[in-house]
Design a protein around this ligand. Structure first.
Ligand code: EPU
Length: 293
């Protein structure tokens, strides 16, 4: 295909994705692109649309399960330094979508900007965190977003103010747009207290959730309104339920941990099994939080 020649320098064909995800499972992408700036990304998106090629953006793969058969399309990763910048002006931070979120939290604390520490321990890139409105018990990224900078599938760069993003629990209205940066508004509270809070949240998480070295993608299901998916799965007797090499964590029932022999199919079958059991026992139709590619 000739269109690929225009992007040869940033394209890898049949690129294995497993090692780019926390699960370390799944097949290859037909193509993996790593654009070097926003213009190149815009041209790539335009061309993919014109050629009817499906696109998916891959962040740190912390909330992602890649199917064993892989992804028959273009996976785009914003790992070029162009997408990892961070500028501070007063209490406003403009940061690139490819920036590691934990790094961003620590960077903000270093310059005395507070707030993001409430989201300690959420792995991912800023782009991924924004796109799914990631959060936890103490807040969500929507609490800090002023606007988001995106490129549309037509290759148009747009700035969308927070109120146009449809922020809801683990949700935004961003679909085919690629987030390239976000403008955040932070606070200026006592940085020592903020650091203490950051540590405390990490400790709470490690007490309640499987260790980060275990292969998982965080919570599998969204919490249903007013309830906890973990509690429902636990009450349905699903802790330690297994399919092949995939097992529901004994520490927190909303985590599926992959053992050495696991396949993506094992995880998907266990998800189906757990979903059906909870539906049968409680009538609750749990919705996936993990993204499946
Ligand atoms: N619970 C059980 N059994 C379990 C798990 C939980 O009984 O196996 C009970 C707990 O005892 C608690 C309640 O369920 O009373 C809620 O559990 P937890 O405090 O662990 O919080 P969660 O609602 O399960 C949410 C987020 C997590 C985030 C934590 C802490 C969702 C789906 N989950 O979990 O996010 O880390 O709060 O902030 O919103 C993720 O998004 O990937 C994720 C892990």
């Amino acid at each position: 295909m000739t269109w690929l020649q225009d992007f040869a320098e940033i394209c890898q064909a049949d690129a294995p994705l497993a090692d780019r995800t926390w699960y370390k499972l799944g097949g290859a992408a037909r193509w993996l692109f790593t654009p070097r700036d926003t213009d190149e990304l815009a041209r790539l998106l335009q061309r993919c649309k014109a050629e009817n090629v499906r696109c998916a953006v891959l962040g740190r793969g912390a909330n992602l399960l890649v199917r064993d058969e892989g992804f028959d399309g273009a996976v785009i990763q914003l790992e070029h330094p162009h997408f990892k910048g961070c500028g501070v002006s007063g209490q406003t931070v403009v940061a690139g979508a490819g920036l590691d979120f934990t790094r961003l939290i620590l960077k903000c604390l270093d310059v005395g900007l507070t707030g993001l520490e409430a989201l300690a321990g959420i792995p991912g890139t800023l782009g991924g965190i924004v796109r799914m409105n990631a959060g936890g018990r103490y807040g969500q990224i929507a609490d800090f977003v002023d606007s988001v900078h995106v490129v549309t599938p037509d290759g148009v760069c747009e700035t969308r103010p927070a109120e146009q993003l449809g922020f809801a629990y683990r949700e935004t209205n961003l679909r085919d747009e690629v987030v390239v940066a976000a403008t955040l508004r932070l606070g200026r509270d006592d940085p020592e207290q903020a650091r203490a809070r950051y540590k405390q949240i990490w400790q709470e998480k490690s007490a309640a959730q499987p260790a980060l070295r275990q292969r998982s993608a965080g919570c599998v299901f969204k919490n249903p309104p007013g309830d906890s998916a973990g509690r429902l799965l636990d009450q349905a007797g699903l802790k330690q339920a297994a399919v092949g090499g995939a097992q529901i964590s004994s520490k927190h029932a909303n985590f599926i941990v992959a053992g050495p022999d696991a396949t993506a199919r094992d995880v998907l079958q266990l998800i189906e099994f757990a979903h059906a059991r909870v539906l049968d026992r409680t009538g609750v139709d749990l919705q996936l939080e993990v993204r499946v590619l």
